[in-house]
Design a protein around this ligand. Structure first.
Ligand code: ATP
Ligand code: MG
Ligand code: MG
Ligand code: MG
Length: 471
């Protein structure tokens, strides 16, 4: 089943269950300045859950384009390292706004996966929130999932948001337990079942998250039942496609293979499993859709996230030996794959290509010299690249700090982030004293702090998931 057909099959299923099909919203959240990017399907329905907006339909389904490359959700540092994470991905979702609840949400999910799409039920594992006996019983007694494959999961060590299997939009407001469905890709892949110490591997891959919004959390932390409980679900299209196409990695599905083949030709890289090709294929989607949604490369805000992603892709091309521009040429194959589902992508193709080509040529002027400096620095350090060197790469050669950290990671090196922040602060003070408050290459403080969180999370991910790589 091709990825495009899976998209339609999902919508057809929920249409037949009386769901109104709504379009994907933009990657740029429409009226939520607190959020950098749309990172899940529920973003466009936030006000519906909060009660300040009412939709004409109580049942809705869609395919939402999502980006997790900054802010609270950031998977940028996992791209190329796991089989299942992208920056840009499509989330299949169905919602009940005060209509059906746990029982039907679970039944629909199970029927679609095992009845319509014919996944073998013995390869599916489910999790429930540890105290959610209602969901446990539906899975065990009504659906008939064997109890060994139903895992009770608690809170994620007090993490304030989106703790595992308990979801909340914010410190207060609608929240509730989740139930997630995992697919077992088999013993050839490393990783343990959900809830086990090595659950972070790629063997048991989470495909669908069902959120049961049933409480309202008061400022003092107490939970009271919502008058009309809601359902919010999200399933990664690429992960489902991998399962249905009998491949392990998302990057092996039809859609990605097309992009990877083109990248392989453009960069003259024969090995289609090369990590850099995967990163490039991931990043062309993120970058193109950001531009379609009105973001352009810049030194601040969302535009700076876009710039960071483009520059990471270009550096991977450079690593594969490319010395001219190539990245913008990936837009055409992307339009071939996704233009039918996203007509804006096709109509804005020329704009996307122009924006990418311009950025590509601009960074191309400094990338080579920056890499030379990086090599010189890397050759003389044991473990850590100093903040001053990272700052020089940033200030003189336009290397965003996460780019430097990413290259360092490949060499088993780290970057002194505090030192970098210090160097940045000193430069800002110097330019302030000099009276010229110039924004050259600098980020506004709010974005800087969001990105700092981002980089920090990246390191956490790195140490927990890929200590081999870090050395
Ligand atoms: P994971 O634990 O694998 O990082 P998640 O719990 O962060 O996933 P959710 O926030 O529950 O993911 O999102 C709902 C679904 O979206 C997931 O079950 C998964 O199928 C998909 N998904 C999440 N993050 C990504 C990503 N970075 N790339 C591709 N698909 C994703
Ligand atoms: Mg995640
Ligand atoms: Mg998860
Ligand atoms: Mg999840």
């Amino acid at each position: 089943m091709k990825t495009a057909d899976i998209r339609s099959a999902f919508l057809d299923y929920f249409r037949a269950k009386d769901h109104a099909i709504v379009p994907s919203s933009s990657l740029v959240p429409v009226n939520d300045p607190t959020l950098l990017f749309t990172n899940s399907g529920m973003v466009q329905f936030k006000n519906v859950f909060l009660g300040s907006e009412k939709l004409p339909h109580a049942r809705v389904a869609d395919v939402q384009r999502c980006l997790r490359a900054g802010g609270k959700h950031n998977d940028l540092d996992s791209v190329g390292y796991t089989a299942r994470h992208h920056t840009f991905f499509e989330m299949l979702g169905n919602w009940s706004f005060g209509d059906y609840f746990k029982r039907d949400a679970i039944r629909y999910a199970w029927e679609l996966l095992t009845g319509v799409l014919k996944l073998p039920s013995e390869k599916l594992w489910v999790t429930v929130y540890h105290t959610d006996n209602e969901a446990f019983d539906i899975w065990a007694k009504e659906i008939g999932v064997s109890a060994e494959r139903i895992v009770r999961i608690g809170d994620n060590k007090g993490a304030p948001y989106a703790s595992d299997n308990f979801w909340q939009m914010a410190d207060t407001g609608p929240c509730g337990p989740c139930s997630e469905i995992f697919y077992d890709h088999g013993p050839e892949v490393a990783g343990g079942p959900p809830g086990s110490p090595d659950e972070d591997g790629d063997r048991y891959i989470e495909i669908w998250n069902l959120v049961f919004m049933q409480f309202d959390r008061a400022p003092d932390g107490t939970l009271s039942p919502l008058p009309a409980p809601c359902v919010d679900t999200g399933m990664g299209l690429e992960r489902l496609a991998a399962v249905l196409q009998h491949v392990h990695s998302n990057y092996e599905i039809d859609l990605f293979q097309h992009l990877i083949r083109v990248a392989s030709e453009l960069t003259q890289t024969p090995d289609l499993a090369d990590k850099s090709l995967r990163v490039i294929a991931d990043h062309i989607r993120a970058c193109s859709f950001l531009i379609v949604d009105g973001v352009l490369p810049s030194n601040e805000g969302r535009g700076y996230v876009l710039r960071r992603i483009i520059r990471r892709a270009l550096r991977h091309g450079w690593m594969l030996g490319v010395r001219g521009d190539f990245f913008w040429k990936m837009v055409q194959p992307l339009v071939e794959e996704m233009g039918a589902a996203y007509p804006d992508l096709a109509t804005k193709q020329a704009l996307v290509e122009d924006a990418l080509r311009t950025e590509e040529r601009r960074f191309g002027e400094t990338l080579e010299n920056g890499m030379r400096l990086f090599e010189a620095v890397a050759a003389k350090v044991q473990k850590t690249i100093s903040g001053a060197d990272a700052f020089r790469l940033y200030d003189t050669y336009g290397f965003p700090i996460d780019l430097t950290a990413d290259i360092a990671r490949e060499r088993g090196l780290t970057v002194d982030m505090d030192g970098f922040d210090q160097a940045m602060k000193e430069q800002q003070e110097r330019s302030r004293e000099g009276g010229a408050f110039e924004a050259k290459g600098q980020m506004p403080a709010d974005l800087a702090s969001q990105l700092a969180a981002t980089v920090f999370l990246g390191y956490e991910t790195l140490s927990s998931r890929a200590s081999k790589v870090v050395g």
